[in-house]
Design a protein. Sequence first.
Length: 135
Amino acid sequence: ILFLLISNSLLAQGISQDEIIGSWKAIEVEGLEKLPNKQAKIMATMFLNATFKFQEDFRFDLILKNKNGIIEKQLLKEMTNAKWIFNPDKSVISIGNKSDNYTIMQIDVFEKETQIYFLIKGSPVILKVLKEGWN
């Protein structure tokens, strides 16, 4: 996994803040069957088909397919009025507000074989994402 993360950060150097702006749909979870435990699989399934909206004014919206579970409700509550910032040197999107130092969620963004992936930091979840409106 460490090798994967190191090689992914090297591949992510070309992604810019302007390229992040827009709506991204999680179309696949990488290695879902290999996730280490039930909790990781629940988290991965929660993000499958989710839409991550990074707006030009730095507002952030997360749209989940299932909004009724306890974990989903808590996450969406935390995301209310969330903003996003991008660190281009590390290719990391941080989500939150100034008051929480943008720590609600962090996402490593990387490209592999012309496909964009989001790695939800603090979890083994790697999402294959597709920018809506792009083919």
